[in-house]
Design a binder for this molecule. Structure first.
Ligand SMILES: Cc1cc2nc3c(=O)[nH]c(=O)nc-3n(C[C@H](O)[C@H](O)[C@H](O)COP(=O)(O)OP(=O)(O)OC[C@H]3O[C@@H](n4cnc5c(N)ncnc54)[C@H](O)[C@@H]3O)c2cc1C
Length: 293
């Protein structure tokens, strides 16, 4: 794959500001955004990018690489590199499930190029950074020459490779609110080797209310056509007293809910079976991290 040439001809554009990039998107047809290229270049080599007359490199736009903290939360520029996210101590202390997910992706050489926005916009059901952002209640900032709109991360994905982005829009930032109270988070991933694509991934973010679960959000990767936000099962846990049996029952419930497929990484049976213990363990871990007994 690495030695394969890209046979497609296209024009290369490199705007130096966001306004210029949005103008290009509104005026030209068949523009593909290049952030780190770690998904896009692979797809071009595999000839699975049907429509591209222009490649727009967004690495000249400084504001897309910035991170900004306030009391309310953090805004991460869409083209912030994964390496800058995982080595950010403040990010790790506020959002450990996100930095754990990023560290579980690929090799450092890939994470130096790859952006968090690219992980979202590639819209793979296995995208590792997505689950934590959904569980933390993250919002995506989407811009076009027409203006800016905000979309909850959990509502961004429509199908494999398809998001709510319109032709003239791009992802500019990701806002994640600061978790409040006694919180505990866990990200776990099952893969053939550490840096491989997930057979299964899971994120749990909870807030403890004494011996009970206050708020909880869970998500899974590699089990559905989109990154899966387990909204109803999570809502059903709020207010319940935490116990080992609740953790195991939740594992059974999530497993029963899933309708995964067989693919070249693993089988549906494996996914459903392993989910049971994965969920129970991650729930117990997040609970312990929240200070719960
Ligand atoms: C060897 C290898 C291992 C990998 N392992 C993992 C892994 O373990 N887990 C995992 O989740 N992923 C993995 N990946 C996939 C990839 O590295 C990530 O998805 C990465 O975050 C993509 O970011 P990028 O900046 O390289 O995206 P790009 O390749 O530049 O872009 C990806 C897609 O998003 C679009 N896009 C990019 N930025 C924007 C934007 N701001 N607005 C609108 N559209 C945009 C592009 O047009 C393209 O369609 C791996 C890739 C490789 C090559």
């Amino acid at each position: 794959m690495n030695t394969k040439h890209i046979m497609k001809e296209y024009d290369y554009l490199k705007p130096s500001g966001l306004d210029e990039a949005l103008q290009i998107l509104s005026e030209k047809e068949k523009v593909k955004i290049y952030a780190g290229g770690t998904d896009l270049i692979v797809k071009l080599k595999m000839e699975t990018v049907p429509d591209m007359d222009y490649m727009m490199d967004i690495n000249g736009i400084e504001e897309l690489k910035q991170v900004e903290y306030t009391d309310e939360g953090v805004r991460i520029g869409a083209n912030r590199k994964l390496w800058d996210i995982e080595t950010d101590q403040r990010m790790t202390s506020l959002f450990p499930a996100l930095t754990d997910a990023v560290k579980a992706m690929a090799a450092i050489s890939v994470r130096n190029l790859a952006s968090i926005g690219g992980n979202f916009c590639n819209a793979s059901p296995v995208a590792d950074a997505v689950g934590p952002v959904m569980c933390y209640g993250g919002t995506l900032e989407i811009a076009s020459a027409r203006g800016v709109r905000k979309v909850p991360a959990k509502d961004f994905f429509l199908a494999p490779g398809v998001t709510v982005l319109e032709k003239d829009e791009m992802l500019t930032g990701i806002f994640i609110p600061t978790p409040k109270g006694d919180v505990g988070h866990a990200f776990t991933k099952m893969a053939r080797t550490k840096s491989d694509i997930a057979k299964l991934s899971l994120c749990v973010a909870l807030a403890r209310d004494g011996g009970r679960i206050g708020h909880i959000a869970m998500s899974m990767g590699a089990v559905a056509a989109r990154p899966l936000f387990l909204e109803e099962i999570s809502a059903g846990l709020a207010g319940k007293e935490m116990s080992e049996s609740l953790a195991m029952e939740t594992g059974e419930a999530v497993s029963g809910f899933l309708q995964p497929i067989d693919d070249n990484r693993t089988t549906a049976v494996y996914r459903k079976d392993v989910t049971k213990t994965m969920v129970a363990d991650a729930l117990a871990l997040a609970w312990a991290r929240s200070g719960g007994a």
